[in-house]
Design a protein around this ligand. Sequence first.
Ligand code: CO8
Length: 258
Amino acid sequence: MSEPTTILVERRDRVGLITLNRPKALNALNSELMTEVVAAATEFDADPGIGAIVITGSEKAFAAGADIKEMSSKTYADVVSQQFFGAWDDLSRLRTPIIAAVTGYALGGGCELAMLCDTIIAGENARFGQPEINLGVIPGIGGSQRLTRAVGKAKAMDMVLTGRQMKVDEAERAGLVSRVVPTEKCLETALEAAAVIASKSAIATALAKDAVNRAFESSLVEGVRAERALFYSTFATDDQTEGMAAFVEKREPNFTHR
Ligand code: CO8
């Protein structure tokens, strides 16, 4: 991949860190940024030296939405023929767990990007919203679906129809975010959580991620059946043997797949 211009990409030991970096546009998501984020995350996903990914923005904005200036002149024919923003879906197919570290605005596509990640750790100044209705459009990167599954119909309808912003205490109560921490500790906390995940068996974390995601995509019966099959499959791995042996022998596990 050529050097990205809209993001910063770093490795912190076994954690891949992607920082959205269009400060003048509050990290508005344009096509270039999408291509770069998806490419960087895909590269981390293929790297056995990386066990978790963190996506973050700036203190003022995780991302203030899709780039309205880029979108404003597009026609129906343009967005359909270009499958505009379709590449974001690729993020949800990666096996490596992804944490969104959200401070400041996570609006529109920004909120949708955070929800595309596997979990959200938020700073106290975070603001979530789907304000597309104010622009005469609706969410288009899964917001109407993932927000509804995360916070329920009543609150999702409220957010999507009024375009109002949700502060972090409400977002935590509603189950949109996993943890709320002081703003200045948000990235550090996310990196620590990612390092914990990256210390586990990468096969087990991928299977665990898959199992939890089934709850979003299937009925309870199908989800439980899928979980059982995934659980059984862990017994085909040397990391299961090692993890359980280490517990019995009262020592730290030394997983092969990490
Ligand atoms: N797109 C482009 N530029 C933006 C965006 C954006 N979404 N948000 C902010 N900016 C730019 C501003 O234009 C401004 O640039 P300039 O200085 O050149 O005028 C700069 O960032 C700073 O912004 P403000 O001066 O507005 O900063 P404030 O602190 O006053 O306000 C807000 C911050 C409240 C976040 C305000 O900027 C705002 O309301 N932004 C727009 C939020 C929004 O509506 N987001 C939703 C966008 S639509 C969307 O995400 C659809 C996704 C679905 C696509 C599906 C495709 C398939």
